[in-house]
Design a protein around this ligand. Structure first.
Ligand code: GLA
Ligand code: ZN
Length: 664
């Protein structure tokens, strides 16, 4: 497979982090120390200027770039690279005071006071004007600077604003989508509770009665962020052609990142796992899933833009990193397709909200503390895996995740057991991950053609054209596995008739049954009884093969799992919420039957792998998520790339151990 280098002029795995020298301008010796420590920590790439608006424009129209000239020149001289940020993640107090319209209006209709960050109104022309000025000045001055590798637009775009300007744009958004208010009334079923509107501006986006409108409001907010991101990018593009990105936040419940991805030249993400809550395996699976999402968005490497070198200040437990944990976390990202692992933050600030957030350099300003040493140790190995940069992944199996699907489930008023896609989806992912399949995460309107198997847990909302696309995928030989709550509503949250999906699934959902405390249900699959967790659907079989049946209650003997053969492929229907163990076994069987194999066989249960592959080699990443040292046979022909040495016949991974091998 061909390499896809994100930065051909810098063909390394990026290592560095958010760097705020602007907070230390009155202590130049600290900045000298920074440059000394950067080499000791083997850090070469920094996100600079993320929250620097007041340092760049201390008063309206008065600009001070000298400090940034100096930092970027020093970086260039020292061979360091920079993601230069636009400073719009936090606006200056002078702006908030002089121009109240830049402050958001909250859900109760009250305009926010000046406080915190990530809170500009995306509709305000004034905000665009001020953003346009500062961004243009930055891009003009530094757009071709030798240290600038790319652009970091704003920071963690997020939130919503109910100001009159935003509401007006929301009504335009609805008008563009539905054309007429009559069409909107028809499509969203507004006759319910007498909600028929006579004009768009009668619509209240907070109104829970109209779930379709609530979903549209969230879609609108994604469009607001996309539009603002595109605006900042267009200003940069006037002066600079270097790649542009913005940092995402995984499966953030409110933000449809698929809408932002096309504006990014590469995907960047912020990752903060809590290894100490529950089994480490669960955390490993969850973050593998997020990395797979970010890799799949553009089917190319991405950058983990933020992670914690030490302990984040905001966690419920200030759990110190355990030996090996940092390296394993970073290599988990790289193995799943990250071409960079970066930290928030390079140096701890002395004051302000995050002064106790872990950093590579602490308040002790030394290279001697535990965090620094772990970072430096990880960094010192990275040159050994330079060859991994740009290597793609071979992925046959994709899980289908849609944000508007999760909103439709979440906002609908029905039994909670049937809504929890944020819990169920990761459990299905983990069941596949347990067996070391190489996985992707894609949206239902995306391209299915690279995959052989699609897994759609709780895909409640089937948007226009998706059923037809799924059917074509299966007819052409694909395997589709869906779970309970499949295809209940269309993109406007209007229910389908159950029979509408029969041609695909071979079954019709008659009803569903939720277990109140004290009542249990189970299903019989291949002669073995398996528990049903809380909820299951009653199926009317039309043309499918029945693979499992319910065991209890009046509907005992009716289908709980089916398979429908259509064309060259098949559709599995899992009508109930099944246990993790069962899902693992079930998926292993269904995938191997579809001709898909795990990336490696016979690893110990607590050891997981991920593989990247290019013209020169197959890079095998191994991780121990258990509490014991694990010893197992070395994959055939493998060389220890991480430590640059030959291997014996067996490999040993300590608890939290991780490594990278290559097979040429
Ligand atoms: C986010 C932000 C950073 C910082 C970190 C703290 O990811 O982007 O500015 O606040 O969280 O973990
Ligand atoms: Zn607004």
């Amino acid at each position: 497979m061909k390499k896809q280098l994100l930065f051909p002029e810098y063909p390394h795995i990026l290592h560095g982090g958010d760097y705020n020298p602007d907070q230390w301008l009155d202590t130049p010796s600290i900045i000298d120390d920074d440059f000394r420590f950067m080499d000791l920590a083997h850090c070469g790439v920094f996100s600079v200027g993320i929250f620097s608006w007041t340092q760049l424009e201390p008063e309206e129209g008065k600009f001070t770039f000298e400090w940034l000239d100096d930092i970027l020149d020093r970086c260039a001289k020292a061979g360091k690279k920079v993601f230069l940020a636009t400073p719009t993640g936090a606006r200056p107090p002078w702006m908030a005071k002089k121009y109240p319209e830049c402050r958001r209006v909250n859900i109760d209709g009250k305009r926010d006071e000046y406080q915190m960050r990530h809170n500009l109104c995306f509709s305000s022309e004034l905000v665009r004007q001020k953003t346009g000025i500062i961004d243009a000045k930055l891009a003009e001055r530094y757009g071709k600077h030798p240290a600038v590798l790319g652009w970091h637009i704003s920071n963690e775009l997020s939130g919503e604003c109910y100001c009159p300007l935003c509401l007006a744009r929301f009504y335009q958004f609805l008008e563009k989508k539905y054309h007429t208010v009559d069409e909107l009334n028809r499509r969203i079923w507004s006759g319910f509770w007498s909600h028929r509107y006579t004009s768009f501006d009668e619509i209240n986006p907070r109104d829970p009665a109209m779930e379709a409108i609530r979903v549209d409001w969230k879609r609108f907010n994604a469009e607001q962020m996309r539009d603002y991101l595109a605006f900042e990018k267009s200003v940069i593009r006037r002066y600079s052609d270097r790649p542009v990105t913005t940092n995402m936040m995984g499966l953030h419940k409110e933000i449809d990142y698929y809408r932002l991805a096309p504006e990014c030249d590469f995907i960047a993400d912020d990752c903060y796992p809590m290894w100490y809550l529950g089994e480490e395996k669960n955390v490993g699976a969850r973050f593998s899933m997020l990395h797979d999402l970010h890799y799949s968005m553009q089917r190319k490497p991405f950058v983990m833009m933020e992670s914690a070198p030490g302990v984040p200040n905001f966690r419920p437990y200030a759990h110190l990193r355990r030996p090996g944990e940092l390296q394993r976390e970073m290599l988990l990202a790289v193995g799943h397709g990250a071409d960079g692992t970066m930290y928030f933050q390079w140096r701890k600030s002395r004051g302000g909200f995050e002064k106790f957030h872990g950093a590579v350099v602490g308040h002790d300003n030394s290279a001697e503390n535990l965090t620094f040493k772990q970072v430096a140790d990880y960094g010192s190995h990275l040159k050994n895996i330079d060859c991994v940069a740009g290597a793609p992944r071979k992925i046959d199996v994709a899980l289908v995740w849609d944000w508007d699907n999760s909103w439709a489930l979440d906002l609908g008023d029905f039994t909670h057991n049937f809504k929890e896609v944020h819990t169920v989806f990761p459990r299905h992912y983990k069941a596949l991950w347990e067996s070391n399949f190489s996985l992707g995460v894609i949206e239902s309107t995306g391209d299915f053609s690279p995959y052989r198997v699609l897994v759609a847990p709780m895909l409640f909302m089937l948007k226009k054209g998706v059923r037809e696309k799924l059917e074509a995928f299966v007819r052409n030989g694909g395997t589709l596995i869906v779970s309970h709550m499949f295809g209940y509503v269309n993109e406007d949250s209007l229910c389908y008739r159950p029979a509408d999906l029969t041609a695909l699934t071979g079954v019709e959902v008659e009803d569903y049954d939720c277990m109140e405390p004290g009542r249990t249900q189970s299903a019989l699959y291949r002669g073995k009884s398996t528990p049903v967790l809380e909820a299951g659907e009653l199926l009317r079989n039309q043309s499918a093969e029945v693979l499992a049946t319910y065991e209890k209650d009046f509907y005992a003997g009716s289908p709980a799992i089916t398979r429908n053969a259509i064309g060259q492929g098949s559709v599995y229907y899992l009508a109930a919420n099944f246990s993790d163990e069962f899902l693992k076994e079930f998926y292993f069987g269904a995938l191997t039957q579809a001709g898909v194999q795990p990336q490696l066989h016979n690893l110990p249960d607590y050891v997981k792998c991920s593989i990247r592959e290019d013209e020169t080699g197959k890079y095998i990443f191994l991780y121990n998520f258990g509490e014991n040292t694990e010893t197992f046979p070395t994959p055939q022909g493998a060389y220890d790339l991480w430590n640059d040495c030959a291997l014996s016949a067996t490999l040993t991974l300590a608890p939290r151990g991780s490594t990278v091998l290559v097979v040429k």
